[in-house]
Design a protein around this ligand. Structure first.
Ligand SMILES: *Cc1c(COP(=O)(O)O)cnc(C)c1O
Length: 249
């Protein structure tokens, strides 16, 4: 099991390993700026979420020192350790991993955003368990844009009903849609599922929902996502390097 040391390890391997993160982050910011220009998007219209799952606190600290404030995590216990470690720092925490019902309380208590809700039951629990005095939990519905191939995510046909129900929950602020399309090699292939998601959001907005977030785009398909209207890209590998197998579930 990986330990999240509060300071660099005695071997200084941690320091060496994390030296490239500031440079990587700057490169990703430039890629994002370039994609916004290329596809006629307003500058700064796409937020950068740094996906730090499996990475130790030193890696996050380097990103924080380089100005990054929003972090995405998939594994609850690991995320809670990091949130506690950085308690004195003004950061924004996004839960982006699969959610079991027994994990909703900790998510409702400690996160600012959750991107991976695909069932009403989970959204209801998050609303009920959001502590009084906290701002509403920002929520994106994960949509299955590939149908048969991936198991998680609400199917497009079921979206209007789920949106209507979640939109009524008192301690939730429904912000938009999220997707993780199956990987494809060419940018034009990558753009298709993103376009579907963007069209789904546009339809919901036409129906009167005030949604402002399209959470789409990862290291391999950032440009395709920006081209199709992403407002938030979730980047892990290209900032922090390749991941080992997750240490915690
Ligand atoms: C891991 C993960 C990412 C980051 O993926 P990279 O390819 O490493 O950029 C983005 N979104 C979700 C939901 C993830 O689980």
């Amino acid at each position: 099991m990986q330990v999240y040391l509060p300071y660099p390890d005695p071997q200084f391997g941690a320091i060496r390993e994390h030296m490239g993160i500031a440079e990587n982050l700057e490169q990703v910011r430039q890629r994002l700026a370039q994609a916004q220009r290329e596809y006629g998007r307003d500058a700064e219209s796409v937020r950068l979420l740094a996906v730090s799952k499996t990475k130790p606190v030193q890696a996050l600290q380097t990103a924080i020192d380089s100005g990054q404030r929003a972090f995405g995590e998939n594994y609850l216990q690991e995320a809670l350790d990091k949130i506690e470690y950085f308690a004195g720092t003004e950061l924004e925490w996004h839960f982006i991993g699969p959610i079991q019902s027994n994990k909703t309380r900790a998510i409702a208590e400690h996160f600012d955003w959750v991107h991976s809700v695909d069932r009403l039951k989970i959204a209801r629990r998050l609303s009920e368990q959001r502590p009084p005095g906290c701002a509403p939990l920002n929520l994106c519905i994960q949509v299955n844009v590939d149908d048969e191939s991936s198991k998680s995510g609400c199917r497009l046909e079921a979206l209007p009903e789920l949106v209507a129900a979640i939109n009524e929950l008192p301690n939730i602020r429904l912000r938009g849609l999220m997707a993780i399309p199956r990987p494809s090699d060419t940018e034009s292939e990558q753009r298709k599922p993103f376009r579907q998601l963007a069209e789904a959001l546009a339809q919901l907005r036409q129906s009167g929902y005030e949604l402002d977030t399209l959470s789409m785009g990862m290291s391999a398909d950032l440009e395709a996502a920006v081209a199709e209207g992403s407002t938030l890209v979730r980047i892990g590998t290209d900032i922090f390097g390749a991941r080992d197998k997750p240490a915690t579930g």
